[in-house]
Write a protein that binds this ligand. Structure first.
Ligand code: VG1
Ligand code: CO
Length: 543
């Protein structure tokens, strides 16, 4: 068949971060850049000869062109088949589901997730394995190693494939099946949730606003919320995926989803608000005048998941990433189920889910999911909330108040310092790391350090060890500060400081988070000496 073997050289810096390789779009568009990385993925997983791959992305700028390159390379490398979302569109959880549903060998997701898109913004590529989840650390290491030794890549010489029409066609010797991006995912949701109950909720006048942030969940939310569940037309806003996300930042948090926050705190607020990110794996949940932190959302979902048919037998266990607040630990303890603490990034939940040790997982960064797929899943979280609201007939604010009353409230906030000089950020982390062994017992800003360490994880399923996963300082009286450098940025370093303070007294459950967290924030700033070390005074983003 007409195929080319193209000589190439390794390109520096193709090291995947927390979630795949993420770079400026212009970098991805450099000659051989995408090709090198795709070939390194194929080689890193032992080749794709005879394999079936799922391919799709969040529709951002360069999505279509990148998919054509991937299809031509898959064919030239001998893949048997690629299953592609129509128009190149598939959300991250939908890819995860399709891999599992079709018993595919893996998938390629084109997305830089919550990072902005466009010619001057970001692009990304992630590989998911046969269980539908993000490549494990071991596989990621192999892919990266290959990027440093690559000498050639293979690509067909022929033009592209029509990905805008449903049906099966071929590209050289490879079959290409174009599928509806929403259909299988929507069918899965119907098996987990009580759609009749949620339909009745909407029919009874319950109102909602779902902000798709011009990103991939638009078609999914239109079909499921307005189509299948009968939410009023107009419930879904910003619901058409656009290559630059309408010029916005598709990160569902109170800063970037301010438009939704303003509506939810305004006079005509609907009962329930939600938003999702670029690739549809994150969720933000907000009631009328009541923002729910992702850590609290995970705790509520853990406490009430049994109200949805898919979880009526209860949960095997739960897992949270280390920086996520310990609210869910308290709920898990009261339920008598296991609670695991993993490093940041969904890849660390895969083994626990595969082994049946946990049913729900979550991260403070607005990621929640379950064993229905092997990714976090934004719309799934929204539907679980809706199912719970339909069963309890309580408001979001009341559900939160109940959680805090029964388990205490873990006040929580994340402070991000973006585009910090990498050298300075690393020096700050190194200096703090060096201090950790001597911190226990130290009094600072009215708090006393109980323990201080650098988090490392031993996977209980495969025994793998992951070191250097964040600095954590636990104080007496339920306060904690965690420091990490982001692994998803494309410019300089982003320092994340995660602050937490538990309060259990009845008269301390309705404080402003900044007030409740003031002491631990002061302690974190003093211990890290962040301002002196980086020149930064205030965080760029507080969520
Ligand atoms: C961030 C979040 C992390 C999440 C990751 C991918 O990583 O903190 O919890 O798993 O993004 O999310 P980092 O290394 O920048 O802190 V997604 O929706 O952007 O793929
Ligand atoms: Co995402």
């Amino acid at each position: 068949m007409p195929m080319q073997t193209v000589r190439t050289d390794p390109i520096d810096g193709q090291k995947p971060g927390t979630s795949g390789l993420r770079k400026k779009t212009a970098v991805f568009k450099r000659p051989r850049y995408l090709e090198n990385y795709v070939q390194a993925i194929f080689d890193g997983i032992g080749g794709v000869q005879g394999k079936v791959l799922v391919v799709g992305g969040d529709g951002r700028f360069f999505n279509d062109d990148a998919i054509q390159i991937i299809l031509r390379m898959a064919a030239a490398n001998g893949a048997a088949k690629c299953i592609v979302g129509k128009g190149g569109i598939l959300s991250t959880p939908a890819v995860s589901h399709l891999i599992r549903l079709r018993s595919a060998d893996g998938g390629l997701i084109l997305s830089a997730s919550h990072n902005p898109g466009g010619p001057d913004a970001d692009f990304g590529l992630k590989y998911n394995g046969p269980n539908g989840g993000p490549a494990t650390e071991a596989v990621t290491d192999k892919i990266f190693a290959r990027t440093t030794t690559i000498e050639m890549y293979q690509i067909t010489a022929s033009g592209g494939v029509d990905i805008n029409t449903l049906g099966t066609r071929s590209h050289e010797d490879m079959e290409v099946e174009i599928v509806d991006p929403v259909e299988d995912y929507a069918a899965l949701m119907e098996t987990i949730f009580d759609f009749d109950k949620i339909r009745a909720l909407f029919a009874g006048g319950f109102t909602m606003r779902f902000d798709a942030m011009h990103a991939v969940t638009g078609p999914y939310a239109h079909e499921i919320l307005e189509g299948k569940l009968g939410a009023a037309k107009g419930t879904v806003v910003n619901g058409v995926p656009s290559p630059d996300f309408g010029g916005g930042h598709p990160d569902p948090n109170p800063i970037w989803a301010k438009e939704l926050m303003d509506v939810m705190y305004g006079a005509d607020a609907p009962d329930f608000g939600a938003a999702s990110d670029g690739d549809g794996d994150r969720n933000m949940v907000v009631g009328r005048g009541a923002y729910v932190t992702p850590s609290d959302s995970l705790a509520v979902l853990c406490a009430k998941a049994h109200l949805a048919p898919g979880y009526k037998g209860g949960l095997a266990g739960v897992a949270r990433s280390m920086p996520t607040s310990r609210a869910v630990d308290r709920v898990a303890e009261s339920l008598g189920i296991g609670c695991y603490e993993t490093p940041t990034g969904w890849k660390f939940f895969g083994n626990l889910l595969d082994a049946g040790k946990v049913t729900l997982c979550g991260e403070e960064s607005a990621g929640t999911g379950s064993d229905h797929v092997r990714e976090k899943d934004g719309l799934w979280a929204v539907l679980l909330w809706l199912n719970i609201l339909a069963e309890t007939k309580q408001s979001v604010a009341d559900l939160m108040a109940d959680l805090w009353k029964s388990h205490g409230r873990c006040y929580y906030s994340r402070h991000d310092y973006e585009d910090v000089d990498s050298g300075k950020a690393n020096s700050m982390v190194e200096a703090l790391r060096a201090k950790l062994p001597s911190l226990a017992g130290t009094a600072i800003a009215g708090l006393t350090v109980e323990t201080a360490d650098e988090f490392a994880y031993d996977d209980p399923v495969d025994g793998s060890h992951s070191a250097g996963q964040g600095l954590r300082i636990v104080f007496k009286d339920g306060a904690r500060a965690v420091f990490r450098l982001s692994g998803t940025g494309t410019e300089g370093a982003t320092i994340r400081i995660y602050l937490e303070q538990l309060e259990t007294a009845d008269d301390k459950l309705q404080m402003e988070p900044e007030v409740a967290l003031a002491r631990v924030r002061d302690a974190a700033m003093a211990l890290s000496d962040l301002t002196a070390m980086t020149g930064r005074v205030e965080p760029d983003v507080i969520t």
